[in-house]
Design a protein around this ligand. Structure first.
Ligand code: HPA
Length: 288
């Protein structure tokens, strides 16, 4: 049978394989858990022991990151004796990368043998009961860019990664969510733990008041500019996913308010909560 040429964006399986093989040849570690560290949350990777660090710029075919607060390296090592690989610095759609590029590392993780992906991010709180500094276990998401045709799965499907039409009703693993909540209580993080729906917007602008009101009505508890593409790609490859959002600011929903979302506030809040979040993830990884 004649193979049909791929007329759409390339799936790049061979590129991902080349990257994965390059990494596998340079470390004996075979992590089953990968962690994507969000804005200002790269400190998680600093806790890793027996580290082997690969700056993105040294990894063949790997993209490089441009945002302040994102270091740009893969860190292999052990958290509480569990082998894991951390992405210190992720790629955002608003930086100008295609969603194929944004999700490239996730597909590399899959080819490394990773089975569980933990994604962290900074997010604006839309739920009126949320406080700055809360940690939200992501129960579900709204893929707003997906509504407009922006998905990492657009283009020819490579069955070696996953199926053409992917079910997303079980995107965030129920057992991992329960484990996160249980661990949060054990680690005295229960008082600021939430569970809710994350909505992805493209950014880089923060939302207008009208947009925040709309997202609230759609059922979103938190809003951010990342995570969803990586989760889609991870589910496509059959990985289990846990998502944690640190609520760094309250989305402004009132025209009388003088509050303004800004990147400095986002980074300042992540610095405040970084210790607790790191403790939570460390103890969680041990149980996975
Ligand atoms: N909106 C979008 N992304 C964000 C926010 C926000 O309010 N805070 C942190 N990331």
């Amino acid at each position: 049978m004649e193979v049909q040429p791929c007329l759409s964006a390339p799936c790049r399986y061979d590129d991902c394989k080349e990257t994965a093989d390059w990494l596998l040849a340079r470390t004996k570690q075979r992590p089953k858990v990968a962690i994507i560290c969000g804005s200002g949350l790269g400190g998680l990777a600093d806790l890793v022991e027996d580290k082997i660090v690969f700056p993105y710029k040294d990894i063949p075919r790997f993209p490089t990151s441009t945002v302040e607060g994102h270091a740009g390296q893969l860190v292999f090592g052990k958290l509480q004796d569990r082998e894991c690989v951390c992405m210190q610095g992720r790629f955002h759609y608003y930086e100008g990368y295609s969603l194929h590029t944004v999700t490239y590392p996730v597909r590399v993780f899959f080819l490394l043998g990773v089975e569980t992906l933990i994604v962290t991010n900074a997010a604006g709180g839309l739920n009126g009961n949320y406080n700055v500094g809360d940690v939200m276990v992501i129960k579900d998401h709204i893929n707003l860019p997906g509504f407009c045709g922006q998905s990492p799965l657009v283009g020819c499907n490579d069955d070696r990664f996953g199926v053409r039409f992917l079910c997303m009703s079980d995107a965030y693993d129920r057992n991992l969510r329960a484990l996160a909540i249980q661990t949060a209580h054990e680690q005295k993080c229960g008082s600021f733990l939430r569970e809710g729906v994350y909505c992805m917007v493209c950014g880089p602008t923060y939302e207008t008041i009208a947009e925040c009101n709309l997202l609230q009505k759609l059922g979103a508890d938190a809003v951010g500019m990342s995570t969803v593409p990586e989760v889609v790609a991870a589910r496509h490859c059959g990985m289990r996913v846990l998502g944690l959002s640190l609520i760094t600011n309250k989305a402004v929903t009132d025209y009388e308010s003088n509050e303004k979302a800004n990147h400095e506030e986002v980074l300042a809040t992540t610095r405040l909560r970084t210790q607790e979040l790191q403790r939570l993830v460390r103890h969680l990884v041990k149980k996975i």
